[in-house]
Ligand binder design. Structure first.
Ligand code: F58
Length: 743
């Protein structure tokens, strides 16, 4: 796709040489003003920042659409094997800067806007975050989409278009309060509603036996149908015309009318019932360690899986008639267990609808799925109660039972009648609540099982999925997580981006991150150090302003900014960080005045959301705010120590905080963080890491050298003995009361 290959083909095909939109400043200005007038419906002589943002976004979107169409045409013609990335969560954040930069026309837009009296950055701030995800897993999905586009892959992302994204966090009296994130309130110029790309998704009902070809076959008679409508989000690559699609599904009432209710005159109730369908895609579940028994969550999973597969199969059938070719054209990546019903759904479609025999369908299924897991904890693995599945998806339950039957028979041949192991490895868990182990289903049917760091993969092999590893060692692999430098340097730290390009003498690192290593040659260059220091200083000033605006705390930019931003979790140990801050405060208080000059002034910054039902995490937030209140109001300590809790941590806040950080903390208890990706974002912004040997930090340590980071804490093999020993920490008296009160 690079070098305009697609464009040339398309131009020749349609003779559309002059059709494409121009991107010189005056064409852009005309374009923006036209959108002000005709899209936003405001006078071109009077519009505010938000309206200017809307017009600008539509103008960028027009250019995205051109490339997007070219890409679709190109791939339709070439018919390559496509990657389908199925994920319940995508944390895209804002789109304007990212899109304009990837299209290579950000500066042209900035110039065009300047003459109109607007600043590009100011307009970019008008955009709200698309927060359709919880944390690392969801942001990884977003980074992956950017990289797939940039690397010219024919990829599609599939997910859910939640009307309410992750809750907004408001801090009142130090406590977290959750507010709904109705992010579509002001419209979303980055999506295109596809009113004609809709599929029926069915639930409930019964399964009947039907005569077929002299034998019997199963027929599912569903009890409810909901319509899935596609919303397409074009994702542009950088330095290529490849623009891929993130297709998110929204639930709409089906066109099929419940005639009975209408005929019995219960018109109002019939309409209200139809409206209920929309609840399926209405709200993102906030991170919860257990969704057991949550029917809506299950409905969401199947809803997006069923719609996505209908779409994928339709695309395949457009140019193929034999399903044996399916694995040559389709790769399905399961982002954690959440989309695992896709396995049973493909079997159902192939066997019940396409009438393939079971073994042929199974053979196909085993070639198309790959599974990535993002957790370390066995208790984090999803289980679905059989009762619930039986009522919601009766045919799928039968299929899962059948898969399990064949698999256990096969397993007996391989491992003998070791009933303990057979029972551990079974897809069906017999217990007080009989359930389906989604991870087991995913492993059995996938040809690769990916961990997200080397350590994580080792844990999968030796603990979490040990039985499976011993059976199928070839399936287990890992791809250590990464982040896109386009979002985490170019978009969020433009001055550093310019500095890097200047010193490397090229912008090629924006597509190929390995080229950053070229800076090593300049490692001792004092001019580079000075320029970098200036960049950091300006970013710190920007962050200091934000901190003051959000929390009223004035911080000194000459202090060290020590940052821990991530979801609040016991294993991530924000609590340990706060205890460390209390200790630091205590030391300063007890120090001789003359010794205080040796203390490096420090601003500790903590940010993150707690799952609404996670009491301890909520209390950690309260503790943090209570300690901040005490320290920040102690004039005796002044600028030597400050603590700030940044509310409503999200992608945009991260983009602001990371470039201004001097030190960042990644101090999870060793053996608990599957990978961690925040560390990579800080690192590529030149920030020092204070980290435990956990997840991807082990590989980071090998890459940058132990001497270039602050390693901290117990190693994985030391943790069990420490747990056994119990706590040894002493909290200074003056805080013991605060900690006891809050915790
Ligand atoms: C995270 N998982 C891991 N899960 O904790 C982190 O180590 C890793 O770097 C990252 O995935 C990417 O691989 C994570 O974010 C979730 O948010 C789940 C979403 C669904 C509900 C339960 C939490």
């Amino acid at each position: 796709l690079r070098g305009g290959e697609t464009r040339v083909g398309v131009e020749r095909m349609f003779g559309l040489m002059d059709r494409f939109l121009k991107s010189d400043p005056s064409s852009l200005q005309k374009d923006i003003l036209d959108h002000v007038e005709y899209t936003v419906a405001r006078s071109r002589f009077s519009f505010d920042d938000f309206e200017a943002y809307q017009a600008l976004a539509h103008s960028v979107r027009d250019r995205l659409i051109e490339r997007w169409h070219d890409t679709q045409l190109h791939f339709k013609k070439k018919d390559p094997k496509r990657i389908y990335f199925l994920s319940m969560e995508f944390l895209m954040g804002r789109s304007l800067s990212n899109s304009a930069i990837n299209l290579g026309i950000r500066d042209q837009y900035a110039d065009a806007l300047k003459e109109l009296g607007f600043e590009f950055e100011v307009l970019a701030e008008q955009e709200g975050d698309a927060a359709l995800g919880n944390g690392g897993l969801a942001r990884l999905s977003a980074c992956q989409m950017d990289s797939l586009a940039t690397m010219d892959y024919p990829a599609w992302g599939y997910g859910l278009r939640y009307q309410y994204g992750l809750f907004r966090q408001v801090i009142l009296d130090g406590y977290q309060h959750e507010q709904p994130d109705y992010w579509l309130n002001f419209g979303n110029p980055w999506e295109i509603e596809r009113v004609h790309v809709t599929y029926p998704v069915k639930f409930y009902g019964t399964v009947e036996d039907e005569n077929f070809n002299g034998g019997k076959r199963k027929v599912w008679l569903p009890g409810e149908t909901v319509e899935a409508v596609a919303y397409d989000n074009p994702i542009p690559g950088h330095g290529t015309r490849n623009t891929i699609t993130l297709r998110l599904w929204a639930a709409k009432p089906s066109d099929q009318i419940d005639m009975e209710s209408y005929n019995t005159g219960d018109y109002i109730n019939a309409v209200v019932n139809r409206q209920r369908a929309e609840t399926i895609s209405s709200v993102l579940y906030p991170d919860d360690r257990s969704y057991q028994g949550k029917e809506l969550r299950l409905k969401q999973q199947y809803f997006f899986v069923s719609a996505s597969l209908q779409d994928i199969i339709r695309r395949f059938k457009d140019s193929h008639s034999n399903f044996d070719d399916f694995p040559e054209k389709v790769a399905l990546q399961l982002n954690d267990t959440h989309p695992s019903f896709a396995i049973a759904e493909v079997m159902r479609v192939l066997v019940d609808e396409e009438h393939l025999d079971w073994n042929r369908a199974w053979d196909i299924v085993c070639k198309i799925f790959s599974f990535t897991t993002h957790t370390v904890l066995p208790e984090g693995l999803e289980k679905v109660p059989v009762d619930l599945l039986e009522s919601l998806l009766p045919r799928h339950l039968q299929i899962i039972y059948d898969i399990n039957f064949d698999y256990i028979e096969e397993l007996k041949k391989r491992i003998g009648l070791d009933y303990d192991r057979l029972s551990r490895m079974s897809i069906v868990e017999d217990g007080a609540i009989k359930s389906i182990r989604m991870a087991n289903l995913a492993i059995v049917c996938s040809h690769t099982v990916n961990g997200v760091s080397r350590v994580h993969s080792e844990l999968l092999k030796t603990r979490v999925f040990k039985d499976f590893y011993e059976l199928w060692p070839h399936k287990f692999d890992y791809k250590t997580n990464g982040v896109t430098q386009r979002r985490w340097i170019v978009v969020s730290n433009p001055s550093l981006s310019a500095l890097i390009s200047k010193w490397l003498g090229t912008e090629a690192w924006i597509r190929d991150v390995d080229l950053l290593a070229g800076l090593q040659e300049q490692a001792a260059n004092a001019d580079l150090h000075e320029e970098w220091r200036m960049v950091r200083k300006v970013n710190k000033m920007r962050l200091a302003e934000y901190i003051e605006a959000m929390s009223g705390v004035k911080v000194s930019v000459s202090a060290m900014f020590d940052v821990q931003i991530k979801r609040i979790h016991e294993y991530k140990r924000q609590l340990l960080n706060v205890l460390g801050i209390i200790h630091r405060y205590d030391c300063i208080k007890n120090m001789e005045k003359s010794d205080r000059t040796k203390v490096v002034p420090r601003v500790c910054i903590i940010g993150g959301k707690a799952a609404p039902g996670y009491e301890i995490a909520r209390k950690i937030i309260k503790l943090c705010n209570a300690v901040a209140e005490k320290i920040n109001n102690d004039p005796d300590v002044g600028d030597l120590l400050k603590l700030v809790f940044i509310p409503d941590y999200n992608v945009s806040v991260a983009e602001l905080v990371i470039p201004g950080a001097d030190l960042s903390q990644h101090i999870s208890t060793a053996g608990h963080e599957a990978s961690g990706t925040g560390s990579m974002k800080f690192l590529m912004n030149g920030c020092l890491l204070l980290a435990t040997e956990d997840g991807s930090t082990v590989e980071i340590m090998e890459e940058i050298g132990k001497d270039n980071m602050f390693l901290f804490g117990a190693k994985m093999h030391e943790v069990p003995a420490l747990r056994e020993k119990g706590p040894t920490l002493k909290v200074p008296l003056q805080f013991a009361r605060v900690v006891r009160y809050v915790m």
